[in-house]
Each structure stands twice: as structure tokens, then as C-alpha cells.
Design a protein around this ligand. Structure first.
Ligand code: NAP
Length: 247
């Protein structure tokens, strides 16, 4: 894989899919800024692991749904490295409830964590990347944003919104050579899906043509492709990484 930029910021990078994205992009030679919100020990351990393997990494704490904190972090990166080549908006939460029982606060908490954060990051990345006329952003949406899911009206809205938002950013960024794409993972083995009962997991696997949950590495490889020069003519697209569950 070939990368013309030198560094990347991964939100929610200290664990789960985000951590795998950080490791994969470091293996491809990018300096990785690992964002965490609540567990510095995980972010520091990941930085050490990347450096032990010969990669470059830095840790940056902020709440991705907090505008001031996100802007401050991007400023720090640009001051330190002279550019922000790539951004992966990966931070996300769930707060599942049937819609009839979902309070407006439950709905908005997920919109803020998943969609507002990606908007702030994409807008700020567009600003700094515009100066170099180069950049690529990948937003981690979800299969649920494409097909909906009972108990996840908030999450589905946040991820469906992310897909539509990325296409709009792609149209605004194209004249400056800045690409925006989405990945829509299906059911990937992380703490987010750990909470599902074995029965629920088995039911999903029955319907997945590849007959298994996905591995975070399989998402990370797709992120690397979309960020890289190999995807230089791809923007505003949605890459499904779901074992065929939704085609
Ligand atoms: P996870 O294991 O629960 O990790 C979520 C990450 O997001 C954590 O690092 C968490 O940081 C971070 N985060 C949440 N809110 C944040 C905020 N406001 N600011 C900064 N960081 C924040 O989840 P995952 O499975 O790796 O999911 C990663 C992304 O993939 C999410 O956007 C998720 O919606 C999406 N996705 C996952 C699946 C799946 O099957 N796992 C499927 C489709 C899409 P802290 O630890 O500091 O809280």
C-alpha cells in the first residue's frame, strides 16, 4: 500500500477496531496519533507496542464530541508534524433501547458521540488538509446505518447520517484533492459486540454468508486501502465489510 501523507489521527484508537486500525497504519509507515477518551493505560500500551515494532505513534486525549477539544488536538498535530494527512473517525458508542422506550437524551447521546464527532473531525480536517491540497478521511459507519436494526434507532440514525454526510463532504473536498469515504462493518468481534448473547450472535452468524463474525483486522485493512493512494479515484463511497450480510 502506498501513502503520500505521513500521519493519521484515529479517534477512539486505544481499543477494539480503532486499535487495530492504528497498528495496521503504523505497519504501513504512517505516524499514528492514537486518540483516547477514558483509558490512558490502553493508549500508552498501544503506543509502546507500535514503537517496539519499529513504528511511530503519539497519544492524544480528547472527547471527540467536544468541539474545542477536537480542534485543539488537530492544532497540536499540525503544529507538531506540519500536516494532517489522514483522519479516521472511528469513535462510537451504542445505547440500545426499543424506540418506544428511548428517551430523547438516549437518542442524542449517540448522535453526539457518533455523528457530531465525525462532523467536527471532518470539517476541521477539511480546513487543514485544504492548505496542502491533499488528504483522505475514512468514517467508520455501520451496516446498521444501511439496513436499520430494532433497538438501535439512535445508532442507525447516527451511522446513516454519517454515510450521507461523508458523501456531501466528498463533494466539497474533491476540488481540493481531499477524499471522504465510509466503511460499514457488519458484526465484528470487539467489546461492542461482546455484550450480545451467544444466541443473538449465533442467529446473526446463520444469516452471514461467510458464516462468522468479522475480525477487527479485516476492517483495518479496508481502512488502509481507502486512505491510501491505491484508492486515489475513490471518494464518496461506502465499502461494506460485513461477510455478505447486507449486499
Ligand atoms: P468499542 O470496542 O466499544 O470501542 C469504541 C471506541 O470508541 C473506544 O476506544 C472508545 O474510547 C471510543 N469512544 C467512544 N466515544 C468516544 C468519544 N466521545 N471520544 C473519543 N473516543 C470515544 O467499539 P468497536 O467495536 O471497536 O467500534 C469502533 C467503531 O466501529 C464504532 O464507531 C462502531 O460504531 C463501529 N462499528 C463496530 C461494529 C462492531 O461490530 N464492533 C460494527 C459496525 C460498526 P474509550 O475507551 O476512551 O471510551
Amino acid at each position: 500500500m502506498k501513502f503520500s501523507g505521513t500521519n493519521v489521527l484515529v479517534t477512539g484508537g486505544s481499543r477494539g477496531i480503532g486499535a487495530e486500525i492504528c497498528k495496521t497504519l503504523a505497519d504501513f509507515g504512517l505516524k499514528v496519533w492514537i486518540n483516547y477518551r477514558s483509558k490512558p493505560e490502553l493508549a500508552d500500551a498501544l503506543k509502546d507496542e507500535i514503537e517496539k515494532n519499529g513504528g511511530k505513534a503519539a497519544v492524544v486525549k480528547f472527547d471527540a464530541s467536544n468541539e474545542d477539544e477536537f480542534i485543539e488536538a488537530i492544532n497540536l498535530i499540525v503544529q507538531t508534524d506540519g500536516e494532517l494527512g489522514y483522519l479516521v473517525n472511528n469513535a462510537g458508542i451504542t445505547n440500545d433501547k426499543l424506540a418506544l422506550r428511548m428517551k430523547t437524551e438516549d437518542f442524542m447521546s449517540v448522535i453526539d458521540a457518533n455523528l457530531k464527532s465525525a462532523f467536527i473531525g471532518s470539517r476541521e480536517a477539511l480546513k487543514v488538509m485544504s492548505k496542502k491540497r491533499f488528504g483522505s478521511v475514512v468514517n467508520i459507519a455501520s451496516i446498521v446505518g444501511e439496513m436499520g436494526n430494532a433497538g438501535q434507532t439512535n445508532y442507525a440514525a447516527s451511522k446513516g447520517g454519517m454515510i450521507a454526510m461523508s458523501k456531501s463532504f466528498a463533494k466539497e473536498g474533491a476540488s481540493r484533492n481531499i477524499r471522504f469515504n465510509c466503511i460499514t462493518p457488519g458484526f465484528i468481534q470487539t467489546e461492542m459486540t461482546e455484550v450480545l448473547s451467544q444466541d443473538v450472535k449465533d442467529a446473526y452468524v446463520t444469516n452471514i454468508p461467510l458464516k462468522r463474525l468479522g475480525d477487527p483486522k479485516e476492517v483495518a485493512n479496508s481502512v488502509a486501502f481507502l486512505l491510501s493512494d491505491y484508492a486515489s479515484y475513490i471518494t464518496g463511497d461506502v465499502l461494506k465489510v460485513n461477510g455478505g450480510l447486507y449486499m
